[in-house]
Design a protein around this ligand. Structure first.
Ligand code: ADP
Ligand code: MG
Length: 698
């Protein structure tokens, strides 16, 4: 067996390969571009392209692609081979700097939400040198941003990189105020914990709902679900262990730091967490991880479900976005320091996050809004749709002491004066226990827990980076002009705590009384569904902030609003159509056949002796017939509703009708079908049951 350290990153054109294959000058110039965003000249690009191509060919690659993340939520690639004809009838393998830097895929079939009408139809991809190129199959993949010819972002990477720039700019201003002249760059880092389900391929193939929508649209509750709590951290079954082993190997070859794996709360549910890294790389890696999870599963006769809610009544899957900000010199700005001065700086960054989360609750909610995630948020298993923050008792006590100018126990009964008192070391273990908070401080990072399992983490981090950049900007504007830095700092932190403490909640976020308190007493936002929140992307305060930091243009925001809502509508309409088809062509006929079969039994019994009562069968036939009728009626109503929605031509109206009417019709049809499942003989039921699916992987 090869050692992991020998093959880790073997499919990545990483720093080790660059050093080994590029001349010292080219390497230095490329490094400058990677680290400081310096412009790359074409000579350097040509040299890098040649080195990349030779390396890729030596690893068996024949093609290259600009790998990008359009607004469909998945990644896209168009492959070109390296071949170029030579005069002697053969080919040579070529790849130029121009081809490395820029590609021109046809943008017209990717969602653009109106941008295409307003601007150019064509788009281009631009190399992101900060994320390493890698090999997938026989293709060299070059991470790229995807824009229209007018420069409007058509992807998730572009605004993410812009939000990182905004954060960098404002955070550096703050660091300079604290006398830090050495940090060249501040970046956010993310470690996303990824949840998923595994089911067998045979059963998956029998369920049109899973195949078309990624989740089950019907299914009665199994006799056993997750109530025994015996799955979480339980022993991993051999077939799953084999899957995880191959998955880790594939991820490691791609330089992805897969670290932790375990069973999750629900049966058949598992989790994978990598070691954290720079946000744009973490985002690329998470996209790749999701893709490889599915690919490896199919090799094991399994299907990896990344949907947020594959099974009703069983915990869904999320993604925890562990986020922190650090300097290029390795200082985590969310880590309490050793000296009073460092502590003051830590508190300022902490306050910046508190203010950001409170001021932009809506943007954070929007960043995780999808049809799939609507099933989780607020369903007593994931955080509620209300955004709040958990800081832990110790930090809370510190903030309270600052706000009220009262003594803090940890400082030997003296008043908290910033820049003077040393804060206690916060205990990481005690801060990490609140699992119900949407946004929890866990010692030296924040864990944003509202993301759905299939979400790209780009969206959440775009909003998070931008909102924190905005807080820091406000702070820097004030502090740069302050006569007495320390007094101004102290006052500003105090004010932040006073103004924003209503967002801090340390209790149980799953509790109904919290939602009441949050919305009625504290005035926090509660956007329960995607159509509820999406329109607020275009609120003036949000547009102003995002455009001021150059993360989005106004046109881009409008297009994103449309695309996201359109995506929601399309997703639910596909689900509704799938339900109609399943109910009509499989479920109703199955229930009806079973009734006919039972009627035949009655006839057979009566033929023996007309006096046999057949009470069981007669009662069953009545129930089955009543349910088939209900199923027929409910199917028709659902179809009618789909037609009605089809007549609307405003995506906002569509979303509202889906939320207010279609979802109810879907739920009603499901109830009737699930009732029928419970009394229909297993041989007649067309689909594997929840029990089969959830406990089918041995
Ligand atoms: P948990 O108790 O939540 O499981 P872990 O320490 O296991 O906490 O971390 C979970 C995730 O958080 C991992 O992906 C880890 O790499 C990441 N993480 C740890 N420290 C940081 C940090 N400073 N910034 C960002 N992510 C981090
Ligand atoms: Mg965690």
């Amino acid at each position: 067996m090869e050692k992991v350290s020998d093959y880790f990153g073997c499919l990545v054109f990483d720093d080790r390969v660059m050093k080994a294959t590029l001349s010292a000058e080219v390497y230095a110039s490329l490094k400058k571009t990677i680290d400081e965003g310096a412009k790359l000249d074409i000579g350097v690009a040509n040299a890098v392209a040649t080195a990349m191509k030779d390396w890729a060919i030596s690893k068996g690659a024949t093609h290259y692609t600009h790998w990008f993340q359009p607004l469909t939520g998945i990644t896209a690639e168009k492959h070109d081979s390296f071949i170029s004809p030579s005069p002697d009838g053969g080919v040579i393998m070529e790849f130029s700097g121009k081809e490395l830097i820029k590609g021109e895929p046809d943008a017209s079939s990717f969602p653009s939400g109106g941008l295409r009408a307003t601007f150019e139809a064509r788009g281009y991809t631009a190399w992101d040198p900060t994320s390493y190129a890698f090999i997938k199959g026989k293709t060299l993949c070059i991470p790229t941003a995807f824009c229209s010819y007018g420069g409007e972002a058509l992807d998730k990477k572009t605004p993410l990189l812009r939000s990182m720039q905004a954060l960098n700019k404002q955070a550096l201003r703050i660091l300079r105020l604290f006398g830090n002249d050495t940090a060249k760059c501040v970046r956010s880092s993310v470690g996303p914990e990824q949840e998923y389900f595994l089911v067998t391929k045979e059963m998956y193939d029998l369920r049109p709902d899973l195949r078309f929508t990624g989740r089950t649209l019907f299914g009665a509750k199994p006799p056993k679900g997750q109530e025994m709590d015996d799955h979480y951290f339980g022993v991993i079954k051999p077939r799953v262990a084999a899957y995880m082993e191959e998955l880790n190997n594939e991820l490691w070859k791609l330089g992805i730091l897969a670290k932790t794996e375990h069973n999750e709360v629900a049966p058949a549910q598992h989790e994978l967490a990598p070691i954290y890294t720079t946000t744009n790389i973490a985002t690329d890696h998470n996209q790749l991880t999701m893709e490889i999870m599915q690919k490896v599963a199919s090799k094991h006769g399994l299907v990896c479900l990344l949907h947020e809610k594959p099974f009703a009544g069983v915990n869904g899957s999320g993604k925890h976005n562990n986020w922190s900000i650090a300097t290029d010199t390795g200082v985590n700005l969310l880590s309490p320091g050793e000296t009073p001065y460092e502590n003051a700086q830590f508190l300022l960054f902490l306050c910046a996050v508190i203010k950001a989360v409170d001021d932009y609750q809506d943007l954070l909610r929007i960043s995780v809004a999808t049809a799939g995630n609507d099933h989780r948020l607020g369903a007593n298993e994931a955080p509620p749709a209300v955004v709040s923050m958990f800081l832990g008792d110790e930090l809370n006590a510190v903030l309270e002491a600052i706000e009220n100018d009262t003594p803090y126990a940890g400082t030997e009964k003296t008043q908290m004066k910033l820049g003077v008192n040393v804060l206690p070391k916060f205990n990481r273990d005690t801060t990490d226990r609140n699992r119900t908070s949407p946004f929890a401080f866990t010692g030296n990072k924040f864990e944003f827990r509202m993301l759905g399992s299939s979400n790209s983490i780009a969206c959440a981090n775009i909003m998070l980076n931008s909102a924190v950049a905005e807080s820091l900007k406000i702070y820097a504007d004030r502090l740069e002009g302050a006569e007495d830095f320390e007094t101004a700092l102290h006052e500003m932190i105090k004010k932040t705590i006073k103004d924003h403490k209503h967002i801090i909640f340390n209790g149980n976020g799953y509790d109904d009384s919290w939602i009441k308190e949050a919305t009625e007493k504290r005035g926090l936002l509660n956007y329960r569904t995607t159509p509820d929140c999406m329109i607020h992307l275009l609120d003036k305060k949000n547009m102003d902030m995002l455009t001021a930091h150059k993360v989005f243009s106004e046109a881009e925001l409008k297009s994103r609003y449309e695309i996201m809502l359109e995506n929601y509508c399309k997703t639910v309409i596909i689900e509704a159509n799938t339900m109609v088809s399943m109910a009509k062509t499989q479920i109703a006929p199955a229930v009806s056949s079973f009734a006919a079969h039972t009627a035949k039994t009655v006839a057979a019994k009566k033929a023996v002796d007309p006096a046999i009562p057949c009470a069981y069968e007669t009662d069953l036939i009545k129930k089955l017939s009543a349910l088939t009728d209900t199923i027929a009626v409910k199917t028709e109503e659902l179809e009618g509703c789909i037609l009605e929605i089809g007549k609307l031509n405003d995506v906002g109206e569509e979303g509202d009708m889906i939320r207010d009417k279609l979802l109810t019709k879907m739920a009603e049809l499901r109830i009737a079908c699930d009732e029928a499942e419970v009394i229909t003989a297993k041989d007649f039921w067309p689909y594997p049951s929840y029990g089969d699916l959830l406990f089918g992987v041995k």
